[in-house]
Ligand binder design. Structure first.
Ligand code: IVH
Length: 665
């Protein structure tokens, strides 16, 4: 083909395909069939291959991913990314309005209310109309560069019709249908499920391999125009419309008007929240007149010209079809509600936890009853209680379970824990669950040894405890007989098993599945005692002065190491050649041992730096103010933040950064 013709054809295809995409992804209007789109795209790929000199930066072929980075570069934001204050009811909303009127000196205020998208905030930077950088929020001051991943998102324009530099901000999220499809795929491929849409969005954007991001159907709503006044935009609603004209995807569901109208809008949206098709956790209310922002001002953390109305956690009702019972690795019996599928927070729910037997009998939960369920950010929702309607009285009370559903041993009731246990250490369910836990991602992370394979190996008699995993390499012949296994897949599995031998001690310790020793406690213990041998020889007195966890955890650890069968397993694991040393952060000093810190507010250095300082000096960092926290680092002595107030009410010592640094001197 002649060069000039190819050039024109490429330009024409790029323009058309981008128009189709914009219409499809941002306006929800299909202009051509999927088939026609794919054909045109294939034609473009072909032409670009032959004439690479004509590849345009806005070409949709730039979106396929394929760039693998080793880490995310950090960049300072042009303007700090603030968070928002909260209001939870009408009274607090009206107080916000009063405050705005006071600060602005005006009697009437026009507001704009937008859905608060529950995703991941993103910064898009364009130079001379070309997308050159995309950053995550990071700590609000410094963000991480994720341009390669962002370019795979179909509703983000790679080029815009805009001569100067432009920065916009918005939210990356999954439409409910795309999130559900993603989790279905994860399930099918034996991958971890995402707890919620926001985690999935964050995980997808923080991928090192942009090819993976390209397979996830992420979307964006852009809602923030940096320095709008420079471009003669004086209202947030005009900023949104300008953003839309530039062919970004905006959320059209916004309201402009007075505070009463805002309240109506909030009520309307809260009602249709679960049917709206994307995750929202509230409504953002902003003053519409951008010229008032300077006058109204901001605090260190949040603007005073905006706030967020937070929705209550969503509750719904459905029928309880059955109560399923399974036995975990410690022998603990877990009870699960099997539900008639129902929509909740945008996803289909068919399971919910019931905690323990006492919970079920205390609430008089009966099979066949209508139950109330709630989702609180986890995959599995909770059963809150039952609806005592006419149907309920006709149902038989739940009888409970007396025998292990797997090995038929009589269950024992541990009254202190309100839980039932299967006492049989050889119970197949306990063995299977402990192996599944051992190989899981957070523990030894052995890919390829999923639940169904563990079950098959156990059935064949080649996997009876965790140490048998390291003998799998001698069982090739038996395994080859299993359908779906070939030389290649066995070798891959063996490589993964061998690799796990080099894991740091905390993974192994956590993998052993000691009751009450989660990953965090395992890390504290591993860091403190450094080798598995030292841990196996611990006495209660050695644990006395650890303040990061209480006696329940200490007793549990001492009890576990004192049991002969556990000692035997540890011996076998060490014999198999597993690393038994802590390889993580090497302590610089012991100055902060037994001290737990939390942080709030702005520090002179990035939070992660301070966190690292705490840890290399033997201390523990906690994100939230758990009961173990002794110090809250906050440079603002009379801060009004919730964390500061909570720390005060709990008598947690509040120290500033300088005092903290003195502790290390
Ligand atoms: S405006 C200075 N508008 O909510 C105010 N934020 O707590 C800038 N968010 O992390 C934010 N939807 O990512 C704004 N329509 C919306 C939003 C929104 C979601 C997120 C944002 C930020 C958080 C604020």
């Amino acid at each position: 083909m002649e060069k000039e013709i190819a050039k024109q054809l490429i330009a024409k295809l790029v323009k058309e395909l981008n128009e189709y995409s914009f219409s499809y992804y941002s306006l929800a209007k299909s202009l051509i069939s999927d088939r026609q789109f794919e054909d045109s795209l294939a034609k473009l790929i072909e032409l670009e291959k032959e004439f690479p000199e004509f590849i345009d930066p806005s070409s949709p072929t730039n979106r396929v991913g394929g760039y693998v980075s080793s880490k995310f570069e950090k960049y300072k934001h042009s303007q700090k990314m603030l968070s928002l204050g909260n209001v939870f009811n009408k009274e607090e909303l009206l107080n916000f309005d009063k405050q705005i009127k006071k600060l602005s000196g005006l009697k009437t205020i026009e507001y704009i209310a937008e859905a608060k998208i529950d995703g991941l905030s993103i910064v898009l930077i364009y130079q001379k109309g070309k997308l050159i950088k995309a950053l995550t929020r990071g700590d609000g001051v410094v963000g991480e560069e994720v341009t390669h991943n962002i370019k795979t998102i179909k509703d983000i324009p790679l080029t815009i019709d805009f001569k100067d530099d432009l920065e916009v901000r918005g939210e990356v999220f999954f439409f409910d249908k795309d999130f559900e499809a993603l989790n279905q795929r994860q399930l099918k491929n034996n991958n971890k499920l995402f707890a919620n849409s926001r985690n999935a969005a964050a995980g997808s954007i923080r991928q090192l391999d942009s090819k993976i991001t390209a397979t996830r159907k992420l979307s964006t709503f852009i809602y923030y125009y940096i320095n709008p006044q420079n471009d003669n935009i004086f209202k947030q609603s005009d900023a949104l419309e300008t953003i839309k004209k530039l062919k970004f995807h905006i959320n059209d569901k916004y309201y402009v008007g007075d505070i009463e109208g805002v309240w109506n809008f909030i009520s309307q949206l809260e009602n249709i929240r679960s049917e709206i098709g994307y995750p929202i956790d509230g409504i953002v209310i902003k003053v519409n007149d951008l010229n008032l922002y300077d006058k109204i001002g901001t605090t260190v953390k949040v603007p005073k010209w905006a706030t967020a109305y937070k929705f209550r956690a969503e509750v719904t009702t459905t029928k309880l079809i059955d109560i399923s019972v399974n036995v975990g690795r410690t022998g603990k019996v877990n009870y699960n509600a099997i539900l008639e599928p129902v929509q909740l927070c945008g996803t289909t729910v068919s399971n919910a936890t019931l905690h323990n037997a006492k919970y079920i009998t205390d609430l008089d939960i009966r099979i066949g009853a209508t139950v109330k369920i709630k989702k609180a950010g986890d995959i599995i929702p909770k059963v809150l209680g039952v609806v005592k309607d006419e149907n309920f009285t006709k149902l038989a009370p739940w009888e409970g379970v007396k025998f292990c559903p797997v090995c038929n041993s009589e269950l024992i009731n541990n009254e202190a824990y309100v839980d039932y246990f299967c006492p049989n250490k050889k119970c197949a369910s306990r063995i299977l669950e402990s192996i599944i836990h051992f190989v899981s991602r957070v523990a030894m992370d052995i890919a390829g040894l999923g639940e169904s394979i563990v079950k098959k190996f156990h059935k064949l008699g080649i996997l009876n405890d965790v140490s048998d995993i390291y003998k799998i390499k001698d069982q090739k012949e038996i395994i080859l007989k299993i359908e779906g296994f070939g030389d290649k897949s066995i070798d891959k599995l063996i490589t993964a098993i061998e690799k796990s031998k080099t894991n740091s001690l905390e993974r192994l310790l956590f993998g052993l599945g000691i009751k009450n020793i989660g990953f965090k406690n395992a890390t504290i213990i591993a860091k403190r005692f450094m080798t598995l041998e030292a841990i196996m020889n611990l006495k209660m007195t050695d644990l006395n002065n650890i303040s990061s966890f209480g006696t329940v955890v200490k007793n549990s650890l001492i009890n576990w190491i004192s049991q002969i069968d556990n000692q035997l397993i540890v011996e076998k694991l060490i014999e198999a050649g597993l690393n038994d040393q802590y390889l993580g952060i090497k302590l610089m000093t012991n100055k902060l041992v037994d001290k737990t810190f939390s942080i709030t507010g702005v520090l002179s250095q990035p939070r992660n730096k301070v966190k690292e300082l705490i840890e290399v000096n033997g201390g523990v960092f906690s994100n939230s103010l758990t009961k173990n926290v002794q110090f809250l680092i906050d440079n603002n002595e009379d801060s009004n933040s919730a964390k500061h107030k909570l720390a005060k009410s709990r008598n947690i010592e509040i120290i500033n950064e300088a005092t903290f640094l003195k502790m290390l001197a």
